[in-house]
Design a protein around this ligand. Structure first.
Ligand code: AMP
Ligand code: TRP
Length: 324
């Protein structure tokens, strides 16, 4: 099975990234053929500080490894180290309808958020993402719900290319987590947890006292019953989802356990659970941060392996498009 996914080096990862993408990516390693990428070129499409980029790349790499991505099983590398990504993106640009790019939700949201600071790179973002995926003839793309539309567009682009130049690319399928594909913000449970609204995020490496504080003050409702109801109780439903995914217990059982105990007790137990479950990740991160040479070696080796596959695909693409 060929599996590909990426994370942008745009700051600390939160439990939404973990439950929506990382956890499935770790599980998929048993299928073999996984390629995971730190997509630095994507991170340039919104305003950023170049001085922070290298640190952010290292942080995301450490996150992948701390979460359980195993470099002996999977390829882990930095996007810009394999220039074939941008080369293929240019070619795919020529078959991508502009109207499809303009209707992407993420483009609309982010261009609204950053207004005139936005360049053409934000509009073309999904084309680069399609290149990332198609370059490795990927079959499955594990991501959160917010990326579903982009994977769908990658399928369209593959189809258009194949029609014009002959069968080359596989149409990739999105893989969403059964639960957890859209973890909501702790401060506004009607919005997704997002790096762009830090107050609503529970970060993977938050210290225990921070975890407790964020969970205890998370927004719920004026009722008392711990019950899953997405419409009437989005806050409690989100906390129940998080509890269920970190404990491995079904939501029904958790509802029963906290039936008449009120929100404070439920939140307290959820904080305990999160502190305990995130502890190994925090530990692993600390250990990895002191092994920078080892991490650089992993990334270098990953780039070398990725490049071999990418070059093969590019040779085929160039032949089909008349460039050689
Ligand atoms: P990003 O940090 O935007 O590169 O996202 C990395 C991965 O996390 C992508 O697969 C996203 O779809 C996923 N993701 C981001 N936010 C959430 C969320 N709130 N719930 C579930 N998955 C998410
Ligand atoms: N767009 C994705 C995000 O913001 C990151 C990404 C870039 C990606 N290229 C990818 C995800 C290829 C999956 C496959 O989260």
């Amino acid at each position: 099975m060929k599996i590909f996914s990426g994370i942008q080096p745009t700051g600390a990862l939160h439990i939404g990234n973990y439950l929506g993408m990382l956890k499935q990516s770790v599980e998929l390693q048993k299928e073999g053929g996984c390629i995971y990428c730190v997509v630095d070129l994507h991170a340039m499409t919104i305003p950023y500080d170049p001085k922070q980029m290298q640190k952010n790349i290292l942080d995301v790499t450490v996150c992948y490894l701390a979460a359980g991505i195993d470099p002996a099983k999977s390829i882990l590398f930095i996007q810009s180290k394999v220039p074939e990504h941008t080369e293929l993106a240019w070619i795919l640009n020529t078959v991508t309808p502009i109207s499809d790019l303009m209707r992407m939700t993420q483009y609309k949201d982010k261009s609204n958020q950053f207004k005139e600071e936005i360049g053409a790179g934000l509009l073309n973002y999904p084309v680069l993402m399609a290149a990332d995926i198609l370059l490795y003839k990927t079959q499955v793309v594990p991501v959160g719900k917010d990326q579903e539309q982009h994977v769908e567009l990658a399928r369209t682009i593959a189809r258009k290319f194949n029609k014009k130049f002959g069968q080359t690319f596989i149409e990739p399928k999105v893989k969403l987590a059964k639960e957890g594909a859209k973890i909501m913000s702790l401060t506004n449970p009607k919005k997704k947890m997002s790096k762009s609204i830090p107050a609503g995020c529970l970060y993977l490496f938050d210290e225990p006292e921070v975890i407790r504080k964020k969970i205890m003050s998370s927004v719920t409702d004026l009722e008392k019953q711990v019950k899953y109801d997405l419409i009437k109780k989005p806050g409690i439903s989100n906390l129940l989802t998080i509890y269920s995914l970190f404990s491995g217990k079904p939501i029904k059982d958790i509802e029963k356990k906290f039936k008449d105990q009120g929100y404070a007790k439920f939140k307290e137990k959820l904080a305990d659970l999160l502190i305990k479950e995130l502890e190994p990740l925090r530990k692993k991160r600390k250990e990895l941060l002191s092994r920078q040479v080892y991490i650089e070696e992993i990334l270098e080796q990953g780039a070398r392996k990725a490049k071999t596959i990418a070059q093969e695909t590019m040779a085929e693409v160039k032949k089909k498009t008349g460039l050689i």
